[in-house]
Design a protein around this ligand. Structure first.
Ligand SMILES: C[S@@+](CC[C@H](N)C(=O)[O-])C[C@H]1O[C@@H](n2cnc3c(N)ncnc32)[C@H](O)[C@@H]1O
Length: 247
């Protein structure tokens, strides 16, 4: 099954998403990115690829961290246009293509990253196999995805509340039922793919990648005081970050 949904080129979705990302406080800025950035290896003189690069900010960060060349790819023309407008540097290239369709030279990247994009791709094994082949020996893959606890029951009511609207618990269900999930978030029918933690880990291991670190990021104490609503993320993790090394 190969369904590549390009939801970020739906203008309604794209505009609402941009608005969320521009907010002072959002899950990416205060929860996912600080932990993701901590796991970036030494990029001095390295060639990097960012999959699902969005507006290109992380690709630009790789250049600031010493990478000599970074390629950002994204299925969304809106995203690539934004990235090209925001980041204009010779050593930074952006390509509008689905990762599933791009042809990469074997061993051509020292570092491959992907922040919150791989859960949109239907065939995880094909994706990881392509990444592994494109990495040089000892190259690093760093990626984040929606946490499997979060994707498992996606599309149903996850946060169960009482009659007064207070949260009682998070409904974790359908965990072993891997595959497509549809969620009405910003627009109707956003498609993602759920896989168990076992599948994710074993897919990496069977593609010559060893796991260096797994992180289930939470907000700092300081952020929790500023945004009490983020306490929800201590009850159910929104993201999973994995750093792996090519053998
Ligand atoms: C949540 S956004 C994250 C963007 C960026 N990585 C960031 O952290 O700001 C997910 C991105 O993945 C892209 N994407 C989804 N499916 C893709 C695919 N099959 N190939 C390439 N990019 C894809 C989307 O267009 C979108 O820009």
């Amino acid at each position: 099954m190969d369904i590549k949904q390009n939801i970020y080129d739906n203008l309604d979705f794209f505009e609402q998403y941009q608005e969320i990302r521009a907010r002072e406080f959002n899950y990416n800025k205060q929860i996912e990115q600080p932990h993701f950035l901590q796991l970036v290896p030494n990029l001095q003189g390295q060639v990097a690829l960012d999959i699902g690069c969005g507006a290109g900010d992380f690709a630009a960060t790789c250049i600031q961290k010493g990478a000599k060349e970074v390629l950002g790819i994204d299925i969304s023309a809106n995203m690539i246009a934004t990235a090209k407008e925001r980041h204009q540097q010779e050593c930074l290239k952006f390509l509008n293509i689905a990762f599933e369709d791009v042809i990469l030279q074997q061993g051509s990247f020292h570092f491959i990253s992907s922040s919150l994009a791989l859960h949109y791709m239907a065939d995880l094994n094909a994706v990881i196999q392509k990444i592994s082949k494109a990495l040089s020996r000892n190259g690093i893959l760093l990626f984040s995805i929606q946490h499997p606890i979060y994707t498992a029951n996606m599309g149903r009511d996850n946060w169960i509340t009482d009659e007064r609207g207070s949260i009682q618990h998070f409904a974790m269900d359908r965990y072993q039922e891997e595959g497509m999930r549809r969620e009405d978030w910003l627009v109707d029918g956003v498609i993602m793919y759920h896989r168990t933690i076992g599948t994710i880990v074993n897919t990496l291991l069977s593609n010559d990648l060893s796991i260096e670190k797994m992180v289930e990021p939470i907000p700092s104490e300081e952020i929790l005081q500023q945004v009490p609503n983020f306490e929800k993320t201590l009850r159910s993790p929104p993201f999973l970050i994995i750093k792996a090394k090519k053998l």
